[in-house]
Design a protein around this ligand. Structure first.
Ligand code: CMC
Length: 424
């Protein structure tokens, strides 16, 4: 085993080096404070490994993303969301029998307890579907408490995967004042979601296979992304022993922010803003480069990818295909392509290695599918769910300690308490 030597205050410390299966190196500092009294400071955790994981591998320099060893390109082209969910949660691609049984279970747990509809009634119509989603995900723990053994845990995993799409669709129906559409067992995971989203009691609804397959692929592309903000939240909250549903609810909340999953909604709002402002994208490139202007090019940049985001490449290709198949000419796609073209040849973006990320083109596809903008991040959450669950399970199996970072205190040093009448 190789080691690293760190010297502090004239003393040398030998630290063991952990090497992953893809050759990544990490210096194990778990006992460093006990031996030296010092901690490592890394605000934003850009250089901190919080765990060892066998689920997802990313090489951001080369634009590689693999789940359990399978490339995202292969999974997007050849697999399905339900199969990828199985792969992430259970570790291997399923046999036909395993996939059928998993699909059957996801189908047969998709109804919500009727009483849960009353929760939806309590939300104002203006409620953002992401807030509804996290609230409702947490509320599942009141119906399905932690069980005693691994079969109970597995049942709750299946319940969550099955019911989150029903909650997602109900949150949309609530926001537009339409009646809830109950799940149907004959439509498959994504087809059933589309049916619950778009069907109304007054008409028959046919699932468009082209849209269904594109949506399935989008969910595959979002299925996991190692230790990002929401997944780290899931591991953090789960490490306290909180139940699965509360833990995932915390992950959904973390995802909702515009710097994370909320970026897909923000991209469309940005493109619409540029269009309404006369389509002058150069002006917005300049705004993004101006340090005094808080404006950022949404859907650009990534903490890990520094050459390209492989998911964005796949989505961009699909966006062209789907839009021409649907016969939709979305002016936002042109603005998006122009922004990308200009940004990629601009030294500001080149030097900082800022490329379009997964959120840049996904919104255009969701729009083409008729999905309203406030549901985009909900779709991201549905896609990310198997990843969160897999990471939560792995964290439990590793018997991880409670996550508890330290800090360097920079506040006042000790001072005497001042009575209120003596304060100036
Ligand atoms: N537009 C303009 N400048 C940017 C952008 C952007 N989108 N992203 C980063 N920069 C600049 C930033 O100002 C900084 O410049 P300087 O070195 O002069 O201070 C430099 O690039 C490095 O940026 P950073 O903020 O230190 O990078 P980070 O790794 O902390 O943040 C990020 C990553 C994704 C939050 C950020 O790039 C960003 O805000 N992007 C826009 C929001 C977005 O699209 N988020 C979705 C992320 S992908 C999907 C997901 O996983 O959720």
């Amino acid at each position: 085993m190789s080691t690293a030597t760190l010297s502090l205050d004239g003393k040398e410390y030998e630290l063991s080096v952990v090497v992953g299966t893809e050759g990544e190196k990490g210096i194990d500092i778990a006992r460093f404070r006990a031996e030296s009294g010092a901690i490592m400071l890394d605000p934003g955790y850009g250089n901190t490994g919080s765990c060892e994981s066998g689920i997802t591998f990313i090489n951001g320099e080369q634009g590689i993303l693999r789940h359990r060893g399978y490339s995202i390109e292969d999974l997007a082209e050849k697999s399905s969301f339900v199969e990828v969910a199985y792969l992430l949660v259970y570790g291997n691609l399923p046999s036909t029998e395993e996939l059928n049984r998993f699909g059957y279970r996801l189908t047969h747990h998709s109804m919500l307890h009727e009483d849960m509809k009353k929760f939806f009634e309590g939300f104002p119509p203006s409620a953002h579907p992401m807030s509804v989603l996290s609230t409702m995900a947490a509320s599942l723990s009141t119906y399905y408490p932690d069980g005693d053994d691994e079969d109970d845990v597995d049942l709750n995993v299946v319940r969550l995967l099955a019911k989150l799409k029903t909650i997602a669709a109900f949150s949309h129906k609530k926001s537009i004042g339409h009646p809830y559409v109950y799940p149907r067992n004959d439509l498959g995971y994504v087809g059933d979601f589309m049916h619950m989203m778009f069907a109304v009691p007054t008409e028959t609804y046919e699932v468009d296979p082209l849209v269904r397959d594109a949506l399935d692929m989008l969910l595959v592309l979002h299925a996991d992304h190692e230790q990002n903000c929401s997944t780290s939240t899931v591991r953090m909250v789960g490490s306290s022993g909180a139940d699965l549903f509360s833990t995932i609810s915390a992950g959904i909340s973390a995802l909702s922010g515009p710097l994370h999953g909320g970026a897909n909604q923000a991209v469309i709002q940005m493109l619409e803003g540029i269009r309404a402002d006369g389509g002058d994208y150069n002006k917005y490139i300049e705004k993004a480069k101006d340090r005094d202007d808080p404006f950022r090019l949404m859907g650009f940049g990534h903490r890990v990818y520094k050459n390209f985001d492989p998911r964005a490449r796949i989505i961009k290709k699909t966006a062209d295909k789907i839009l021409s198949a649907i016969g939709l000419d979305d002016p936002l796609l042109d603005i998006a392509k122009n922004l990308e073209r200009i940004a990629l040849s601009d030294p500001y973006f080149e030097e900082r290695r800022l490329y379009p990320n997964v959120d840049f083109y996904s919104g255009i596809l969701y729009r083409a599918m008729g999905i309203p903008t406030n549901m985009f991040t909900v779709l991201f959450a549905m896609g990310r769910l198997p990843g969160w669950i897999a990471q939560w399970k792995e964290m439990r199996d590793q018997k991880s300690r409670i996550h508890r970072p330290r800090q360097i205190y920079i506040g006042e040093t000790a001072r005497p308490y001042v009575q209120i009448e003596d304060r100036g």
